[in-house]
Design a protein around this ligand. Structure first.
Ligand SMILES: CC(C)(COP(=O)(O)OP(=O)(O)OC[C@H]1O[C@@H](n2cnc3c(N)ncnc32)[C@H](O)[C@@H]1OP(=O)(O)O)[C@@H](O)C(=O)NCCC(=O)NCCS
Length: 308
């Protein structure tokens, strides 16, 4: 399940009152501070920093680590206030209890956007909820845009591909996937794609079938499958969507098979989905892969379920 902090009427959620392109700091930063950058093999702090320096994004990276003078060979700073240049985006990977003060320091330093990867907030009981409130206090006094907490990864490069993908879908496919029609303009709205292009890997997994045209080297998304853990259970729900041109060629079956494997790897007990009764193709794919199909009380839907 994706986790986005609901900020209600908070300034951080109020797009209309903000300046021009407030999400540029997150999607097109000129400078990134990695707070909690680390050299520990296998740590998220190392992976994030390594990804940023091995796939240059065109800006400057500042590791922040109070205990080291350098991380992966790059000069490190003890805190965000010590970073000598303005920072567009802070990626925060410090223990949850430290995150509110880290974000407070980011606000004071004029950082424009932050992605908090650290877990241990609302999802972790009363103490975590309290930390999340402290985090919100800092956001309320600032214009800083925050993604998270407890979220990993953002793939801004997926957004244009997702727009193209949605342009390939018929109304029937959209109806089968979402159970009602959603206009193309709504489906590809930047705010919506921002939400679906980042994933909380603790609770959600998305797989994409990507085709690279060997002549043009252009990529195209052919299908998207998603597995979302159901709250408080060891089960997950799947959803999938195959581009109309590529339906009935075995892609949906392949994708669902892969999602089942992800479920097994994650030691889930079962995977299920609600499917519209007249969606014969989806039910057929489920049957082929061993799902049981149950009639629901509402005759317009059926429930597919497989025990792993
Ligand atoms: C449902 C969907 C994901 C299936 O993907 P796909 O790539 O077309 O699936 P496959 O080609 O692997 O398999 C489709 C199977 O359904 C069968 N089928 C197609 N239309 C059918 C229909 N109206 N009734 C019964 N079976 C049908 C195909 O013959 C094929 O079975 P077969 O391999 O035994 O011949 C895809 O059609 C899609 O994205 N639909 C729109 C969105 C959607 O319905 N999402 C699911 C919401 S949970």
């Amino acid at each position: 399940m994706q986790k986005t902090t609901q900020l209600g009427s908070d300034r951080a959620y109020d797009i209309l009152r903000s300046e021009h392109q407030p999400l540029d700091a997150i999607f097109a930063p000129q400078s990134i501070a990695v707070i909690g950058a680390s050299e520990h093999e296998g740590s998220v702090g190392r992976t994030v920093l390594w990804n940023l320096i091995s796939h240059p994004f065109g800006g400057t990276v500042f590791p922040v680590n109070p205990k080291r003078h350098s991380v992966l060979g790059i000069k490190a700073y003890p805190n965000i206030a010590a970073v000598p240049e303005p920072v567009d985006l802070a990626i925060v990977i410090t223990p949850a209890p430290t995150v509110p003060s880290v974000i407070g320091e980011c606000v004071d330093a004029g950082v424009k956007g932050a992605i908090v990867i650290s877990a241990g907030f609302n999802e972790a009981g009363d103490r975590g909820a309290e930390l999340e409130q402290q985090l919100l206090q800092h956001l309320r006094r600032s214009k800083l845009r925050l993604i998270g907490p407890n979220c990993l990864g953002i793939r801004p490069e997926d957004e244009p591909l997702m727009i193209q993908f949605h342009q390939t879908l018929s109304e029937e496919s959209v109806y089968f996937r979402y159970f009602h029609l959603i206009k193309l303009s709504q489906r590809v709205a930047h705010e919506r794609l921002t939400r679906i292009c980042f994933i909380d890997y603790d609770r959600e997994m998305a797989l994409i079938a990507d085709y690279r045209n060997p002549q043009t080297e252009q990529h195209e998304i052919l299908a998207v499958g998603r597995l979302s853990k159901l709250h408080g259970t060891n089960a997950a729900e799947f959803a999938m969507l195959v581009s109309d041109r590529f339906q009935c060629r075995g892609l949906g079956t392949q994708l669902l098979q892969q999602l089942l494997q992800v479920g097994r790897d994650e030691h889930l007990e079962r995977i299920c989905a609600e499917i519209l009764s007249d969606n014969g193709a989806m039910q057929r794919v489920c049957e082929k892969l061993g799902f049981q199909i149950y009639r629901a009380q509402d005759a317009s839907v059926v429930r597919a379920e497989i025990v792993l």
